[in-house]
Design a protein around this ligand. Sequence first.
Ligand code: 89V
Length: 312
Amino acid sequence: MRIVALCDRDAVRLAETAVRFGITRTYADADAMLADGGLDFVDIATTVASHRPLVQAAAAAGLHAICQKPFAETMEDANAMVEAMNAAKRTLMVHENFRWQSPVRAAIDTLRSGAIGRPFFGRFSFRSGYDVFSGQPYLATDPRFIIQDLGIHVLDIARAALGDVTRLAASTARINSAIRGEDVATILLDHAGGATSVVDCSYATRRVPDTFPQTLMEVDCTGGSLRLEAGYRLVIDRGSVQDIRDVSPPVLDWAERPWHNIQESVRIIQQHFIDCLRHGHTPETSGQENLKTLALVEAAYTSARDGLRVRM
Ligand code: 89V
């Protein structure tokens, strides 16, 4: 597989990327790129409002697609994208990459193996004071911030680790008055398998060292407990026996700290997509599957706004 065409409305970025990677087909308009053909799939790495028209255009062109998270601003848009790709019989994967971070994956795989029994409690935590707004300025101006941008990842990890959710309650706060949306969220989840978990996220937490962009995990199971601690330390306790593993992600040659765990997960999820296309499998984070994570985002905003516990 190789990248044969690039589309970007920012002419400077388009030219720079084309030169850097030796890509000769460049476009400022996605429809023009699709009309020229010669593509197997598109990787849609745009902001959320453009996802629906771009995914529908890919489906109409008979192409498979990867779509960035957050998949959609509304369930209606998300359902429409899934239906369009289903009707075209093409594969749609949401680029929900946090569950693919190798340290997070090591923890999820341990839980899924059943080695420490049945989970009954989880905490999935992302707390930082990192300035994400300078790199992604739109995050400061959207009415929705942390649940839609970051909580979505952590909710997805909670689902990957403990299974689907039956009920949810959320509280939010805005600590940084320079932004429009909420920058703190605490979400209580009941999982179908019987576990309860807490997803807590903050971009208003000052601490040294700052753990950005690590998701910390803590899961109690009937046969032991598991913690993914700061600094990528995975601790698995079985009473008297403690297994401590360094699950630090590699810093890929194009990557940089502290983003390297996210950057590695991008490579892993892209590889997963290619493997799925080659073998005719459905991606773990398919559009259809991601509807459940997106529903949790919607439910969290409803719960926080109305002070209600929401049934899924
Ligand atoms: O990578 C992301 O999804 C970002 C961040 C984790 C920085 O909030 O939006």
